[in-house]
Write a protein that binds this ligand. Structure first.
Ligand code: NAD
Length: 510
């Protein structure tokens, strides 16, 4: 495969045919027809499909994780724990929670609307386009897919062109559980197809991928006013205080930075360590990192990179840092990397500066730059000094201190003495701040986000008119009394009641 070609252009990967852009109008109308039937199914029936999917997932776990590992270069156990298990748990979570999250919910009605009832009804949005990346090609397509299906939508999934076998896997799973026709369609193609899909007026777009692609999608969905969730890149900081469990923090940093070869949006991409423990921490970090094996066997720890253009980006960041005075403590100098190889040794960098690309831009590879800090304020400032705001982690054995620091993190997820995990807890909302994204998925919020929330107010319809309707004659003073008596510091229910009664009486006339 040449560096410029995506895997989908390689005939050896293609068992499904590429989707032509000209097919999109038919795909959209098929989805709309599927939606009409599926959205009317009771939620129990929809959740039955998802339960079947969960069982099938577990039955096929070995094969699924093999396909993911072969398509991405990640270690099979990572495919199992970070993709298959996360999807299975997301489904189980929906089976437990979706009915409650989507149940019509009574809302309170303020006293000024006395006599009326209020509630919120959740309805499916319609046709949802899900566009996903290559780094977790199964999980990042399937989790939003099952949420959107629980909410009653029809889906058009456009998985990454870099991992087409995973797209085929997704398609086969939905076929096996007997989804009604048109409810789930999987498309095969690259960014041009993704763009055309977004331009085909779906009712909702859920995108996971790079910041620039997120901007390109927003440039289409913004003017069209299509609701869109964007899950984008990250540059996640890890802060290690002097009272942390050092060995755990070292192991956590290594896993957080090098799992999936660092190609994780929530990878630890910046490590800040307190000055007083910096040297001993770094020694242990280097020592433990040098024990890791890179390769694609079951005995290996770090898999290979997935795509060549990502290797090139990593090379640029590391080279620029080294040229600017950084030191490489583990791994190989980029000048010595084997041409065309996807195998990268884990790299620890010191002597880095906050303004280097390796500290500011998403590297998305097995690179861990480490910096020292002196005070809590400095650590918080450095951690928040980023265009991104996905997750962060704080390491201290003083949990109260850790929580105080987390309260000041400008990230949409945060962990105390752990890394990456928030995305794996389906009870927690997941999203990004700043350039890391817009909107949330997961938790009750996720399934609700895939729903049109209709706010309803009901009046029994017996009164001739409401107090705030025409005619206005003589009402201004009464409304002023109402405001004064109910919302001011000198609340007076007597005056409030009297003013309200007078307004009511005016309403009865005529
Ligand atoms: P990418 O943006 O290049 O591609 C993602 C998907 O978008 C692919 O399916 C691609 O075909 C499609 N696409 C490309 N151009 C498009 C366009 N103009 N309109 C519509 N669709 C288009 O991203 P990638 O390289 O596959 O993934 C890596 C990026 O994803 C990293 O930046 C990473 O941080 C991010 N990511 C974010 C999260 C998160 O949850 N926040 C999770 C995983 C990955």
């Amino acid at each position: 495969m040449t560096n410029s070609q995506s895997r989908i252009e390689q005939s050896e990967f293609i068992g499904a045919s590429l989707t032509e852009i000209s097919q999109l109008p038919t795909i959209i109308s098929t989805a709309r027809a599927g939606f009409r039937e599926y959205s009317q199914m009771p939620i129990d029936q929809r959740l039955n499909f998802l339960r079947k999917l969960r069982y099938r997932l577990v039955e096929r776990q070995d094969e699924i994780s093999d396909v993911i590992a072969a398509s991405t270069g990640k270690i099979k156990v990572e495919a199992l724990t970070t993709e298959v298990m996360v999807v299975a748990d997301a489904i189980l979570h929906l089976e437990k929670r979706a009915k409650k999250a989507l149940a019509t919910t009574r809302a309170k009605t303020p006293i000024t609307f006395i006599g009326k009832q209020s509630y919120v009804e959740y309805k499916a949005r319609g046709v949802v386009a899900i566009i996903s990346p290559w780094n977790f090609p199964f999980m990042l397509a399937m989790v939003p897919a099952v949420e959107a299906l629980a909410a009653g939508n029809a889906l058009i999934i456009k998985p990454s062109e870099e991992t087409p076998p995973v797209g085929m896997l997704i398609e086969s799973l939905f076929q096996e559980i007997g989804m009604p026709p048109g409810v789930v369609q999987v498309l095969y193609g690259g960014g041009d197809l993704g763009e055309a899909l977004v331009r085909s007026s779906p009712d909702f777009v859920h995108f996971t991928g790079a910041v620039n692609t997120g901007r390109a999608i927003s440039a289409v969905t913004g003017p069209e006013l299509i609701p869109t969730t964007l899950e984008l890149g990250g540059k996640d900081p890890m802060i290690v205080f002097e009272d942390a469990n050092i060995k755990r923090a070292v192991n956590g940093a290594i896993w957080g930075a090098f799992a999936n070869s660092g190609q994780v949006c929530m990878s630890v991409e910046r490590l800040y360590v307190h000055n007083s423990i910096f040297d001993s921490f770094l020694d242990l970090l280097v020592q433990e990192t040098s024990k890791l094996n890179v390769g694609n066997d079951a005995n290996d720890d770090i898999g290979t990179m997935t795509i060549h253009r990502q290797v090139e980006l990593v090379k640029r960041h590391v080279k620029a840092a080294l040229d600017d005075g950084a030191k490489l403590l583990t791994g190989d100098h980029p000048d010595t990397w084997e041409e065309g190889s996807l195998k990268l040794q884990p790299m620890i960098l010191t002597n880095v500066k906050q303004d280097m690309a390796v500290m500011q831009e998403e590297t998305f590879g097995p690179v861990l730059p480490v910096m020292r800090f002196d005070s809590t304020e400095e650590a918080i400032e450095l951690a928040n000094d980023s265009r991104f705001g996905l997750t962060s982690s704080v390491w201290t054995q003083d949990l109260a201190r850790g929580k105080r620091v987390i309260s000041r993190m400008r990230t949409a997820g945060a962990l105390l003495n752990d890394v990456l995990l928030t995305i794996g807890n389906p009870y927690l909302p997941y999203g990004g701040n700043k350039e890391s994204g817009v909107g949330y998925e997961h938790a009750d919020l996720g399934v609700q986000n895939f729903s049109l929330q209709t706010a309803v107010m009901v009046d029994r319809g017996r009164k001739l008119r409401e107090v705030n309707w025409f005619p206005y004659l003589g009402k201004e003073e009464l409304f002023q009394d109402l405001l004064q008596s109910y919302w001011s510091s000198t609340r007076n229910f007597g005056i409030f009641g009297l003013s309200y009664l007078r307004l009511l009486r005016k309403g009865r006339k005529g």
